[in-house]
Design a protein around this ligand. Structure first.
Ligand SMILES: Cc1cc2nc3c(=O)[nH]c(=O)nc-3n(C[C@H](O)[C@H](O)[C@H](O)COP(=O)(O)O)c2cc1C
Ligand code: SF4
Ligand code: SF4
Length: 253
């Protein structure tokens, strides 16, 4: 069983590839949370997997909240996570390990996949070039191909790109990110909006409704940037920070 979260499609791609390679079931954590569904039963020896993006050098809070509430009929034998990031994960492994240890479980394996950047909500943050994004996806696919047999064999391993100054990033910057950067009141829509509703569909938290044909944000945002990247006419902006930055969405439809 694989529990996953994804805002812009990178982690969904990883979760789907793992589910296919491991012949496992996929469960989208925001949907399970909405349905208040936290009780699951694994088959004998079944692996328990988690897939999510890195937000400010840590797992997204909604993932940690879900893990806390998750109830299994029996202690899982093999637990792993795969996380996707733009370049580095900081102390994600420590945070995740602690979250599952608090439940009396142990982490058997984890790995990170460097994938195209999605965060453009502050000055200085920008997307990868198309060429670089493609290279990252090709490398991530090769890592998945290499790691699927290791998960099948239930190997113990840890392959996380921690990066530099991890403590400062995962604690000091992370805590100010959680306090100040999740503010969806800075989202705005321009006159380019064609009222297609794709931003509503793209929001994993169902935080957007159309009000007179234009998106309205409702204050429970995880800042995945899915609405911004998914708009077919680039009509959504986050203050001034996103102006001229372009869009990215894994296999944008
Ligand atoms: C709010 C936010 C914060 C992010 N923080 C980090 C980070 O600390 N380190 C990093 O390498 N990438 C970071 N990223 C990039 C994403 O982790 C990366 O692009 C990921 O693959 C996106 O996954 P998704 O497409 O499944 O949403 C961040 C992205 C967002 C939206
Ligand atoms: S409102 Fe936009 S950024 Fe916030 S959770 Fe929904 S899609 Fe993601
Ligand atoms: S996706 Fe863009 S064009 Fe479509 S309703 Fe939302 S803001 Fe308007």
């Amino acid at each position: 069983m694989i529990f996953y979260f994804s805002g812009c499609g990178n982690s969904r791609h990883v979760a789907e590839t793992l589910a296919q390679g491991l012949n496992d079931t996929l469960i989208f954590m925001p949907e399970a949370t909405r349905e208040d569904h936290y009780n699951y039963t694994l088959a004998e020896g079944e692996r328990l997997g988690f897939v999510f993006p890195i937000y400010s050098w840590a797992p997204p809070q909604l993932v940690l909240d879900f893990v806390k509430k998750l109830q299994l009929a029996a202690k899982p034998e093999y637990v792993y996570f795969a996380c996707t990031c733009g370049d580095e994960c900081g102390h994600t492994e420590k945070f995740f390990r602690k979250a599952i240890q608090e439940k009396g479980w142990e982490l058997s394996a984890c790995f990170s996949l460097i994938m195209p950047e999605t965060y453009v909500g502050m000055p200085g943050f920008k997307l990868d070039t198309e060429e670089n994004a493609k290279k990252k996806i090709d490398n991530a696919d090769a890592t998945l191909e290499r790691n699927i047999p290791r998960l099948i064999n239930k190997e113990q391993f840890s392959e996380i790109t921690v990066g530099s100054f991890a403590w400062i990033k995962s604690h000091v910057i992370q805590s100010s990110f959680s306090k100040f950067a999740l503010d969806d009141s800075k989202y705005r829509v321009t006159e380019k909006c064609i009222s297609c509703g794709k931003c509503v569909e793209a929001c994993p938290l169902k935080n957007i409704t159309l009000d007179d044909g234009h998106p309205k944000w409702h204050g429970h945002c995880t800042m995945c940037m899915g609405c911004y990247h998914h708009c077919p006419v680039n009509a959504i902006h986050y203050g001034k920070a996103t102006e001229g930055k372009g869009q990215y969405y894994f296999r944008k439809s």
